[in-house]
Design a protein around this ligand. Structure first.
Ligand SMILES: [Zn+2]
Length: 502
């Protein structure tokens, strides 16, 4: 079955740079051309439109995206009272445990969080409200009674009573409890909802960051069970140190969002000089030897290994550990090391020296430009936590690209919107003008760059004969339109299927 998509302009991101139509044979691009059109079984006329290769989002939590989409009001809550009233509304409409995601107090006039007594007043059953970065969860006493409160990360008041604020292992335990109390059908629906949202924004491939510590292996098993029915392609990364478990699943990669540290928002990132508004000393989640063992075993098993690292100390630890693993290899093994493109997710507090060292090792970085748009501006969250000087040098996108690093981009949805054009706009509007990327460059990072991070550049990221028929059709040209605000595809095609139409 051959389908001809006729538009005004096809941006191939390859050579030749533009065409007027795409001929699709089954799941693949047969040809992109100009002028005389070939025969096809089906012709889709899209006059005046521009076609771009499908976007590849390198960092998505699909079930979480569905959860977030269930209560969008949480993200726009402007105070603790707002947050409680949104939670109350959702709780009243439901029967089981209530777990919601997306609040962000960094923009509130009064950043005081609700107390455990106030949380107890929302529902007479377990309630969990996760901060936008997922690293801080507010829970009521009913939820506290379901988890082991001896876990590290249960905040206590002066009297030794839990405040309802959970971070680290305790936050993960709470998330895991909520996740395992959803039915399989509910999980499928949430994943489908997340995937539908992605294709409505032109995303045709996601790198799914599975978090067994939060959702158990069940979330991944459910996803793999119905992935053929999803409207987009899923590349799974599993945040585990259990290498044999991913080999059993047939995956060529391990880790992904496996946290070496936490986040700036939750003040759990592993940063060298601490947080300006905290006295405690930030720590990483891994000892050096433990991390080296993991990297070494993953590498020797032939896998691509990825970890989450945000703070400067965490990033340095990861790069230093990879250097140590590299040193331990023989010359034949070293020759193939760079090609593995071991990954670092986020890579936010990277200085020029650590960038150089990471580049030498061929490490790939999966960045989230929208983090900068949201938290990187003067007076924003990063400045509140780190002071102006350290905040200013964060997320040096231009330096990464200039150094020739493997750079791909993602949303970390549901932490930020799964809309890649919001990410492209964030690349263009970086808080430091020196670190901005141009429009086309930003789109290349979000397509070809992202595809390369999963070793899929032979299949995805540009429109060429033999590659996957993954593309998005716009009624403006996203490379030329002045503002990308509100620009959405009119049609999205994934593996030759029309998966979304406006
Ligand atoms: Zn992460």
């Amino acid at each position: 079955m051959r389908t001809l998509y006729r538009s005004s302009r096809v941006r191939t991101l390859s050579y030749p740079a533009t065409g007027e139509w795409v001929l699709v044979d089954g799941r693949h691009v047969e040809r992109v051309g100009i002028g005389e059109v070939p025969d096809a079984d089906r012709v889709v006329d899209l006059p005046g439109t521009t076609i771009l290769p499908g976007f590849v989002d390198t960092h998505v939590h699909l079930t979480g995206t569905g959860v977030h989409h269930q209560a969008p009001g949480l993200a726009s809550a402007g105070s603790a009272a707002d947050l409680l009233s949104v939670a109350r509304e959702v709780a009243q409409a439901r029967v089981g445990p209530v777990y919601l995601h997306g609040w962000d107090e960094s923009g509130w006039a009064d950043r005081t969080l609700p107390s455990v007594d106030q949380l107890d007043g929302i529902a007479d059953r377990p309630l969990g409200l996760a901060r936008v970065d997922g690293h801080l969860v507010l829970v009521d006493r009913a939820a506290l009674s379901e988890i082991d409160t001896r876990e590290p990360g249960v905040e206590l008041d002066a009297a030794g009573e839990p405040t309802g604020r959970l971070t680290g292992p305790a936050a993960q335990a709470a998330k895991r409890w909520f996740a395992t109390h959803l039915s399989e059908h509910d999980v499928e629906e949430l994943q489908l909802e997340g995937a539908s949202l992605a294709v409505a924004h032109g995303v045709t491939t996601i790198h799914e960051m599975s978090m067994p510590a939060e959702r158990g292996m069940r979330d991944l098993e459910i996803l793999r069970g119905h992935r053929a029915r999803l409207p987009l392609d899923v590349v799974s990364y599993v945040a585990t140190t259990d290498i044999s478990s991913v080999i059993d699943l047939g995956l060529p990669r391990v880790g992904g969002d496996l946290p070496v540290d936490g986040s700036i928002g939750a003040r759990t990132a592993f940063v060298r000089e601490g947080f300006v508004d905290r006295d405690d000393d930030p720590r990483g989640y891994f000892g050096d030897d433990e991390l080296a063992q993991y990297f070494h075993d993953g590498h020797l098993a032939g896998l691509q290994v990825g970890v989450h690292a945000i703070g400067d100390a965490a990033i340095e630890q990861v790069v230093r550990t990879w250097e140590r693993v590299y040193q331990s290899l023989d010359s034949r093994q070293r020759r193939h090391f760079r090609a593995r493109r071991h990954r670092i997710e986020h890579f936010e507090m990277a200085d020029p020296q650590v960038i150089e060292r990471a580049a030498m090792l061929g490490l790939g970085v999966s960045v989230q430009p929208t983090f900068d748009a949201r938290w990187g501006s003067p007076g924003g969250l990063y400045e509140q936590a780190l002071g102006p000087e350290r905040a200013r040098s964060m997320n040096p996108f231009r330096d990464l690209v200039r150094r020739g690093m493997e750079v791909g981009a993602g949303s970390d949805s549901p932490i930020t919107t799964i809309d890649p054009l919001v990410g492209v706009a964030a690349f263009e509007a970086h808080h430091d003008p020196e670190q901005r990327l141009g429009r086309e460059e930003a789109i290349r990072v979000f397509t070809l760059g992202s595809a390369r991070l999963a070793h899929q550049e032979d299949k995805k990221g540009s429109l060429e004969p033999g590659k996957h028929a993954d593309f998005a059709v716009y009624d403006v040209d996203p490379l030329e339109v002045a503002s990308l605000e509100g620009v959405r595809p009119v049609l999205t095609v994934s593996l030759g299927r029309d998966v979304y139409a406006a």
